[in-house]
Write a protein that binds this ligand. Sequence first.
Ligand code: CA
Length: 227
Amino acid sequence: MRLLIIEDHRAMRDMIANYFRDRGFAADAVGRGEDALAAAATVAYDAVIIDLGLPDMDGMEVLRRLRSEVGIDVPALIVTARDSVRDRISGLDAGADDYVLKPFDITELEARLRAVLRRPGSREELFRLYGDVRFDPASRTASIAGTPLGLTRREVAVLETLVSASGRTVVKDMLEDQLYGFDQAVSGNAVEAAISRLRRKLAAAGSNVRVEAVRGIGYRLRTGERC
Ligand code: CA
């Protein structure tokens, strides 16, 4: 799951981005409204966290333009020190799903984000299934017949992308994208390493799902007997 974080205060931006990366999200963090619009035009995000006080335009304006010009309909959380009723209403009018006041506890931000991701009508389903693998996008966990797989955040990111593709081949570049935000380097064999651990864990859990390599292209999920 990939987040766009729009916050001009550098320490705050890094803190939020690192927190969510540690929890298995891919997070791109920008400090200006124009950068947010440019990022959202080229990358598909699952949710947006947006500060209202930005140097080049108001966060509500950014949100309106993300909705109307870029056409993204994913959940958006406003993070702000403004707490007047009027600001809250115009934030919701601009297309925000929820509102978190600064100063906030980062665990509250995470709880609000998970809540809007779970909300009916948001793009995320409650969980995704492939074979006997059940993936819960909100809690970032996967299980086989009710037993958690115990995946690292990289393995979670790879499995989520493969499950979402429902057996279609996912190109390796796209899996690399899922491992990190675009401001972090990915080591050359990060995808292979995550796939290999994922295969071991699926096999150890007795899953009927296996990860198949498509030579020179990427990977896909298959169910049933090994061939
Ligand atoms: Ca600000």
